[in-house]
Every structure is written in C-alpha cells, then in structure tokens.
Design a protein around this ligand. Structure first.
Ligand code: UTP
Length: 408
C-alpha cells in the first residue's frame, strides 16, 4: 500500500492521526506501518459507538445437563467409546494460549507461570501432564494444537522447546498464531504503541478455528482424520483434556458439541451458564441473568440455570467447517492498552483506557445445532488462574492442586 492509499483508507475511517510520526520514521518503519495499515480491519471500529446493540440476546430457556449420576451410570460405556475414538486418531486438542493474561500481571505468557513452591511446576506443564494421563491410558499420542498470538508466540514456542515439551512428543505439537485486531480509545481512535506501529491485541478466543484454517494447520486435522477438537483455556490447571468419558458421552448423544460444566456455587455466581437461546445452545452471561431466571426451577425442583461453563468444549470438526464461513458477532471489551501519549512517551495504564475488539468461543456454541453440557466435579477439574491473588488466583489454584494430590 502506498502512502496515498493509506491516507485514503485512514480518512475513510477517521484514523489519520496514526500518521502523526510518519515523517520521523526510517524507510523500513514507514514500510512496516503501511503494511500494518493495509492489513488492519478498520470497518469494525465504529461498532464501539453502538456497542449495546451488539449483544442482543434472543429468548432464553433452560438446557438440561448430563449430571454426575447419569455420567457414573454410563461411565464404562462412554469411556470405551471415547478411548476407541482417540485410538483411531479422531480426537485432537486445541490449547487457547493467545490471550494477554493482563489480570495475572506477569510479563510472560500465562502458561509460563510457575505455580510450584518447592519445585518448578509451570501452568503449561500442568496441562501437558493432564493430557499425558490420557495418552498413557489410550496408549496413543494425541495431536496438540497451541494457539499463540503476535504478542507471545516467540516466548511460548521458545519456552516449550527449551523444556522439551514437558515430555510430550514434539511431532504431535503444532503452533499457530491467531489474528490481531486494532485497539482504540473510548472514541474508537486507534492507539499507537510505537511511532510506527498501531496498538493491537489478539482478536479474542473465538477466532481459533479460522486461524487454524488461515495458518494451514487445518491440513493436519484433515490429513490425520481428526473428527473432534477439544478446545480448552490455558488457565485451568486441573482440567481434564481429551477426557475419554466426556468424548464418548458427546459422541453417543450425537451432539455437535460437548461442554464441560460445573454446578454453580451460588445462584448469582459470576459464570456464564448453559442455556438455549431461540431453541439453540447458548451461554448466558451472569450479568444477563434476570432475577426470574436465577429463581427458575427445573422439573426436579433444582435451579434451571445451574451449570457454568469452564471453557472446555469438544467440537465436531464437520460442524466447525460449516461455521467457518460465517461472520462471528463482535464483542467490545474494555481493557488496559499501552499507548503513546501526546509527547510520544509510552504509557502503561493502571486502569482500562479503551477498547479491544474480540470474537468469543461462546458464540461458536450458539451456531451448533446440539450441545451436551457435561457436569464435572468442580474441586477436581476447575482451578482457573485469572488473578494473582483472591478469587480464581494462583493462591486458590495451588490449594486445589494440593487437594488433588499434586506436589507443589
Ligand atoms: P481470558 O478471557 O481470561 O483473557 O482468556 P486473557 O486475555 O487471557 O486474560 P486477561 O483478561 O487479559 O487477564 C480465556 C482463554 O482464552 C484465551 C486465553 O489465553 C485463555 O486461555 N484467549 C483469550 C486467546 O487465546 N486469545 C485471545 O485473544 C483471548
């Protein structure tokens, strides 16, 4: 893109200010900035001016979960089915590790965080250890796809290589980068993070399948006959990955997606809960739950919206392919965005100062025709690390790891 073309594009979207320092840049920096301007989707930025309209929900009704008693009754049958699928190579795992982990406050990728006390025990290591349990049980390796972003790719790949993938077989580990989106102030004006660079942030955890496609790793899925992808977050150190029982239950119930869920600890707990929206599977956020929904009961007299999602889903690949061509809803999230101030100094704000533009994995659920919410025992499978201290923190996760017999 030439400077003239860039000016034209920027004028169209009211973003001419990003060329403020253009005259000071080296030839290479100029070229890089023009490439970035060309590649940035600016058509989405205006959406921050009417962000309330973006998240209109349909009619919400309950969606029953497969509860622990039913899982126990079918455990043998489900596990056998799941193990058979894994042994035939039909299951892959996708680790979403492109996020910034700003709440944890570490400069490194979240997976590099050491939760050990008397020894090194990294978040990535916990996850790989959990997956290795299934590798041993099934006696076969499982392809592990790891999503990173521009912000943490080098650090993540370098770290895992240095640690020899914590014993995982290298040829079964595949990295791919997610797309980035511009970050703006509250008026939708793109921040600069350097004189020759627009502020960007990863485009949310909902673009992972499209990013797999764009990066060519979907070919690995096709070439190996993988039919199911178990996608999971980096921060839950206790989660079971490629859990044969969960896989078997989802397959035998003939669902397009399975979702691990935990029973809510209180009606107003801050988790998204599984539901139906206009008759299709969906997730209603805690702040969208009305008083009436919080008090609603199912046929057994239990709360009707009682199962929170933990970002561990099993998607059928064929259904993901049908979804890939569709436009995903946009979410506008307030975040702390480093930026250059009027004097050209880099500021790292302490409080949110603008918007990031994201697609979310929960919107992929709503595109599926059927979903199996699958209950898991919270104290055994849910230890998220979002913050340094307090709720969902390193502290709370350490306690849970110890409760589960893991030496720290
Ligand atoms: P979070 O919602 O906790 O976001 O991500 P985050 O960016 O990691 O953390 P904060 O909010 O800045 O503290 C849930 C999961 O989705 C992944 C994260 O890596 C985590 O596994 N994620 C999130 C991505 O892979 N890409 C993104 O753009 C955002």
């Amino acid at each position: 893109m030439t400077l003239e073309q860039a000016k034209e594009k920027l004028a169209k979207y009211g973003q001419e200010h990003v060329l403020k320092y253009y005259g000071e840049l080296s030839e290479q920096e100029k070229q890089d900035l023009l490439v970035q301007i060309d590649a940035t989707d600016m058509s989405i930025l205006d959406a921050c001016k009417h962000k309330e309209d973006l998240v209109k929900k349909g009619v919400i009704t309950p969606l029953a979960a497969m509860e622990l008693s039913e899982i126990e009754a079918g455990r043998e049958k489900f596990t056998e089915e799941g193990l058979a699928a894994i042994r035939k190579g039909k299951v892959g795992a996708v680790l979403l590790a492109g996020g910034m982990g700003t709440r944890l406050g570490s400069e490194d990728p979240k997976g590099m965080y050491n939760v050990g006390l008397t020894r090194e025990l990294y978040i990535f290591q916990c996850l790989i250890n959990n997956l290795m349990d299934v590798v041993r049980q099934a006696d076969t390796w499982i392809h592990l796809f790891i999503m990173t972003s521009d912000k943490n790719h080098e650090a993540t790949t370098g770290f895992l290589k240095e640690k020899d993938y914590f014993g995982y077989k290298e040829e079964y580990v595949h990295f791919f980068k997610q797309e980035m989106a511009a970050a703006t102030d509250y008026d939708g004006k793109i921040y600069l993070e350097e004189k020759g660079r627009l502020s960007t942030s990863p485009n949310g955890n909902g673009g992972w399948f499209v990013s797999m496609q764009n990066n060519g790793v979907l070919d690995i899925v096709h070439d190996n006959g993988i039919e199911w992808l178990n996608v999971f977050a980096v921060d839950n150190v206790l989660q079971r990955i490629a859990d044969p029982c969960f896989i078997g239950a989802t397959i035998l119930k003939d669902c397009a997606v399975g979702s691990k869920v935990v029973r809510k600890s209180a009606p107003d707990e801050k988790v998204g809960v599984m539901c139906l929206e206009d008759g299709k599977p969906s997730i209603v956020e805690y702040y969208e739950l009305t008083e009436e929904m919080m008090n609603a009961k199912d046929g057994k007299g239990d709360p009707a919206y009682n199962f929170g999602v933990i970002l561990n889903y099993l998607f059928r690949v064929a259904d993901l392919e049908a979804l890939a061509a569709k436009q995903m809803p946009l979410h506008i999230v307030e975040k702390k965005i480093p930026y250059l101030d009027e004097q050209g100094q880099l500021i790292k704000p302490e409080t949110p100062n603008g918007y990031k533009f994201e697609n979310l994995v929960l919107d992929m659920i709503h595109e599926m025709d059927s979903c199996l919410p699958f209950e898991v025992v919270r104290s055994r499978e849910f230890a998220p690390i979002k913050n340094a201290t307090g709720v969902d923190s390193v502290e709370s996760a350490r306690k849970l790891l110890e409760q589960n017999g893991i030496v720290l």
